[in-house]
Design a protein around this ligand. Structure first.
Ligand code: ADP
Length: 635
């Protein structure tokens, strides 16, 4: 498809017209043919909701339910396919006994018939054609159903990840989550694409072949089963058990490798700064080696099972040849029946082996489902109440009303904190590390809910209002601003992607990105590398501030960057901050007292409480903790 294509058919046609006028006539037809075959990609109609979503536990059965009729159709096709595919031994027997007339060898009569032979040949051919056609349709159908299911699942898991609260992400490793989305879904893919259908095909093959064996000679079939079945059963049972454990280990090790990889990549700057490369390589060597060991193990057991079952199979054929030969000599069996029997029994083992392996795939798929089910069952801890209403226009008054909170409810981090921030005020939170400043900020943006007490915005309890309306009125600038790998424009217009470029550029210049834009040939369309690695720390801050400004929030929550900016950049960022916080309520976690000094009021947070609050001058005059800190800093 052409870049950006994928609109409704009309768009595609129009595009084809405009392109066709520029291409030679010879290519035009081929191009039109190609476009006619291009699949349409309608706009995804996935709606995202934080409260109303499918909470039913994920089970294979419920998952397959919407495709019940297609699947039943597939089962029908599988039956036809298997019978047509495995009818060979019976036809061979008929060809020998009836066609060649070797039925009554004992009595010395040979009464063949050419027309019977030709009829059997034609029937055989017919079955092959049917088997191939049906197999094609069945594979196509199961493939399509499988892909549709996987698509649904991927979107569902991703939506859930978007919905989950911050506490989840602070507990979970990113690599493990990525492994859920890649490995676990991939295992399911194997299963859904062909695995389940193959399990059925092979199971039915066993039935069809088994029935023919009994048809040819019940006695011989019973004897072979007495030899083969116990030996194969023991072998297969053993293999199934150890390989299930083996594959589980493989998957866990893979998740470890991914976790290590993603952490090393995300933290590449820290790694470089602390010379951890060598140690990191050693660590990666370690996890990769364990992954390799796990794979070795599965390879070893497969190397026992494969040849093992092969030997059982060959031995059975030899035994059947001996016993069957005797039976033919005694006149208990026809030559054709023995030939058919031998054909059937040699093909009898492959489906058994396949079933054992497919059973593993099935188990892996089940394990994948289990893990995804756990993930999907993770409750969103900060929920939108069903009665939540959209926040009306607000002035931006923030109130903490006797708030107590702990990440672990038994260990409160904030204790009985009350704070009133009038609209338009800038308040600086100051205090030692771990005092609870960021926690206050997280509660104000409702990343978490207080254990007791209330957080209010213009008198509205945050728990009563809709998330989207709340987040429209608030902007957060984290200490390490996160930039996405897209253009500067898209990074700034993050809250309102549809805004026009002029407005974005004006915002960028307002925070002081003018010099940068003038220097870059592509201006606001300059693409930022992942996490903004191509920008300086100061520029990243400015982009983050521009993003906050562009969202036009009433309340701004800002964690001041501690990274040492040079004096000039620091001034620039400070000026940008003045622009952004003007006329808004701003809560700034201040790491520099120069910032605190410029705020309207300063709150000193210590050990989960606000111990002092007032203007800079008041606090200095009071001679308390702030005055002490200020004296040290000023000195
Ligand atoms: P500050 O911003 O003042 O440095 P924080 O509000 O970040 O302090 O942290 C307050 C306390 O809460 C600290 O003891 C910290 O270890 C703990 N804490 C912070 N975030 C989490 C979290 N996601 N899970 C558990 N404990 C946390």
């Amino acid at each position: 498809m052409f870049p950006g294509g994928g609109g409704p058919t009309g768009t595609v046609r129009r595009r084809s017209g405009s392109i066709s006028s520029e291409v030679p006539a010879m290519l035009r037809d081929r191009l039109d043919g190609l476009l006619a075959e291009e699949p349409e990609h309608p706009e995804p109609n996935e709606t995202f909701s934080r409260s109303a979503y499918d909470r039913s536990p994920l089970t294979l059965r419920r998952f397959l339910a919407p495709f019940k009729w297609v699947l039943i159709g597939c089962v029908g096709l599988v039956i036809v396919e298997t019978v047509a595919m495995r009818i060979g031994p019976l036809l061979t027997q008929l060809a020998i006994d009836e066609g060649m007339g070797l039925k009554d060898l004992g009595s010395g009569q040979v009464s063949g018939s050419r027309s019977t032979l030709v009829a059997i040949f034609l029937a055989y051919l017919g079955f092959i054609v049917v088997a191939v056609l049906v197999s094609r349709w069945r594979t196509l159908w199961t493939g399509i159903v499988g892909e549709r299911l996987l698509y649904t699942l991927r979107v569902r898991v991703f939506s859930h990840l978007q919905r989950l609260s911050q506490d989840f992400f602070s507990r979970q490793k990113k690599g493990t989550l990525i492994s859920r989305m890649t490995n676990d879904i991939e295992h399911l893919q194997g299963l859904l694409h062909d695995g389940l259908a193959q399990l059925l095909v092979q199971g039915l093959t066993l039935v069809v072949l088994g029935a023919q064996l009994f048809w040819f000679s019940a006695q011989l079939a019973l004897i072979s089963f007495l030899v083969v079945v116990p030996a194969m059963a023991v072998l297969t049972w053993w293999f199934r058990g150890v390989s299930a454990r083996g594959y589980l280990a493989v998957r866990d090790r893979m998740a470890e490798v991914l976790t290590h990889l993603s952490e090393s990549l995300s933290g590449s700057r820290v790694v470089a700064a602390h010379n951890r490369q060598q140690r990191n390589v050693a660590d990666h060597d370690d996890v990769t080696r364990r992954y390799r060991e796990a794979n070795f193990y599965t390879a070893r057991i497969a190397a026992i099972y494969g040849p093992g079952s092969e030997v059982v199979g060959r031995l059975t054929v030899v035994v059947v040849l001996l016993l069957g030969g005797w039976m033919v000599l005694r006149g208990d069996m026809n030559v054709g029946e023995l030939a058919g029997f031998l054909l059937a029994i040699t093909t009898f083992f492959a489906p058994m082996q396949q079933m054992a392996q497919l059973y593993n795939a099935y188990q892996q798929g089940q394990a994948g489902i289990t893990k995804l089910r756990q993930l999907l069952a993770t409750e969103v801890s900060v929920v939108e109440e069903p009665h939540a209403y959209p926040l009306p226009d607000i002035n931006g008054q923030v109130t903490l009303d006797r708030v107590t909170f702990g990440y672990d409810p038994d260990k409160p981090v904030l204790q009985d904190v009350s704070l009133e921030i009038p609209p338009g005020e800038t308040i600086a939170l100051v205090g030692p590390t771990g005092a609870g400043k960021s926690t206050i900020a997280k509660l104000v943006t409702r990343a978490y809910d207080p254990t007791s007490g209330r957080v209010l915005l213009d008198g509205h309890d945050l728990r009563d209002v809709r998330f989207d309306s709340l987040h429209k009125r608030m902007a957060v600038v984290p200490q390490e601003p996160f930039l996405f790998s897209m253009s500067l424009r898209d990074n700034i217009a993050f809250a309102r992607p549809g805004a026009d470029d002029v407005e974005v550029e004006r915002t960028a210049r307002a925070v002081g990105l003018g010099d940068f834009l003038d220097r870059s040939p592509e201006g606001i369309h300059t693409v930022v590398h992942e996490r903004g690695a191509s920008l300086s720390a100061g520029e990243r801050q400015l982009v983050a501030l521009a993003r906050a400004l562009f969202a036009e929030p009433r309340v701004l929550v800002l964690d001041e960057a501690t990274s040492s900016l040079d004096l000039r950049t620091e001034r620039q960022v400070e000026r940008a901050l003045e622009v952004v916080r003007a006329y808004r309520t701003a809560i700034i976690i201040a790491h520099r007292l120069s910032t605190a000094k410029r705020a309207d009021r300063v709150a000193i947070v210590d050990d989960g409480r606000i111990i002092e609050i007032g203007t800079h001058d008041e606090l200095v005059a009071r001679g308390g903790r702030y005055a002490e800190m200020y004296a040290t800093w000023d000195g």
